[in-house]
Design a protein around this ligand. Structure first.
Ligand SMILES: [Zn+2]
Length: 469
């Protein structure tokens, strides 16, 4: 490297010694800092070389600190257009962004209450330490562009984003519109679907419209396409079809929070924007304003119809028979989550499901709403009817724990004898439980160890390799 402003003689910068993985992490971090802007962050020399010389800057990561001995990095102010390199001796993405910031005419953000007031070294939030890129908060997990809006700021007139864009970098074009009309429609026929987005400006709101016909799921995380932690403190709100906010999520509690939300069937508007945290103007300062909450996020849309097995908490093979299938649903349940509901049947028809299982007991909860004495909910064990009920029956538990330890067939039926409909004309079943020991060989004293002691009972579980010699 031979640039006279740095040295009158050639600087032979040693390689960084970083692994390719470490280099990738550094590039991701710098790319996230510059995500709001229409720029490439690359270590591909051909991309750099093909960019006009007044629209590029190179930051050299090297332990060779000849350009500024003893420092962590160095740059000349206001040199982005001059094709002059800057230096990162810390071998750190934070330092690269900071030095490139200088080339874009940014000065430091300091803290007059600190021993070294030139650089603000960060302050706490509920969970994440915050610092300005133009400070020295190397340990903070939220390091953002700043407008000096925090207690004891030394440079509270410096608006980083204004300076950067005035210098010539443009904001990236908005990727998703700010309202329902200009937002992205996400179709449930193509789920699961992932949308990567960027909040480019503190006024940006990315809007997604989705209509779920059954239960749906939305997940958001402050990670971008490459999986780097975002500068964006995500605020996601969900509005119902009437435009009422039914949920607002802020991710202040964790760096890598992935929030997952299950939605009832219906139409929703999902809004993503930058958030603030704590009170940066408090004493002491905590958190950050939404000013620098810019960057990448990932939004996943998933269908989430309850499965039959989930609905009755029973994962043995389930056989559906009769004239209409029982279905999993969330409208009526004993556990407040989901249950199965009999299919719609006509006179003389039935809706049935069955499970075969080796067990010594069976229990489940049921509810019935039918015409008394004509339409019945029934339960059979090995073909013999054990329960028959009709009319309005609230959640009731059936329990039999005296079965022989062999394989039994359990069948649940809803049957109609009559044309007259009454009530909901349905039955529901929830929380089917079998004896947990069913199907296992019982402990036997022929293994010549006692099953009383703690150690021996553990041994019993692996009796094939157990030895008492
Ligand atoms: Zn500096």
């Amino acid at each position: 490297m031979n640039q006279a402003l740095w040295s009158t003689s050639t600087i032979n910068a040693a390689p960084s010694g970083l692994s390719s993985g470490e280099v990738a992490e550094i590039l991701k971090l710098v790319a996230e800092d510059f995500a709001p802007f229409d720029v490439n962050v690359t270590n591909d020399r051909s991309v750099y070389d093909s960019t006009p010389s007044n629209k590029r800057v190179m930051c050299i990561s090297t332990p060779t600190d000849t350009a500024s001995p003893g420092s962590g990095g160095v740059a000349f102010l206001d040199t982005f257009v001059d094709d002059l390199v800057c230096w990162d001796f810390n071998l750190s993405g934070d330092t690269i962004s900071h030095e490139v910031g200088h080339t874009l005419n940014l000065d430091h953000h300091g803290d007059s209450s600190q021993n070294a007031p030139e650089y603000h070294d960060g302050h706490a939030s509920e969970s994440r330490d915050w610092g300005p890129i133009m400070g020295s908060a190397f340990e903070a997990s939220m390091v953002q562009w700043s407008d000096g809006n925090y207690t004891s700021a030394t440079n509270n007139n410096q608006d980083d984003l204004d300076l950067i864009t005035n210098y010539g970098l443009s904001y990236r074009a908005d990727d998703y519109g700010n309202d329902s009309a200009t937002g992205e429609n996400v179709s449930i026929s193509n789920m699961p679907a992932t949308r990567y987005g960027i909040i480019e400006r503190s006024t940006d709101i990315d809007v997604f419209n989705v209509t779920y016909s059954s239960l749906g799921k939305v997940q958001i995380s402050g990670f971008g396409r490459e999986g780097a932690q975002s500068n964006l403190d995500v605020n996601m709100s969900i509005l119902d079809a009437d435009g009422i906010i039914i949920y607002t999520q802020t991710s202040d509690t964790s760096d890598d929070a992935i929030t997952e939300l299950i939605l009832e069937p219906g139409s929703y508007q999902i809004r993503v924007q930058g958030d603030s945290s704590g009170n940066p103007n408090g004493n002491p300062a905590t958190g950050w304003s939404s000013y620098g909450s810019l960057g990448q996020y990932q939004l996943n849309f998933l269908p989430d119809p309850p499965s039959f097995s989930d609905a009755i908490e029973q994962y043995n093979t389930i056989t559906l028979t009769g004239d209409a299938n029982w279905v999993a649903q969330t409208g009526t349940s004993y556990d407040g989550v989901d249950a199965v509901e009999s299919g719609s049947v006509f006179a003389g028809e039935s809706s049935r499901f069955s499970i075969s299982k080796q067990t010594t007991s069976v229990s489940f909860w049921y509810k019935v709403s039918s015409e008394s004495n004509y339409d019945f909910f029934e339960f059979y064990i090995d073909g013999s009817r054990r329960l028959r009920t009709s009319g309005e029956v609230g959640w009731t538990q059936f329990n039999d724990n005296s079965l022989s330890n062999t394989t039994h067939t359990f069948e649940w039926r809803y049957t109609k004898d009559n044309y007259v409909d009454s009530g909901s004309d349905k039955a529901w079943v929830d929380k089917v439980v079998f004896d947990q020991n069913g199907g296992y060989q019982e402990w036997s004293s022929t293994n010549s160890a006692s099953d009383g002691g703690t150690d021996d009972s553990l041994m019993a579980m692996v009796s094939s390799i157990w030895s008492n010699t």
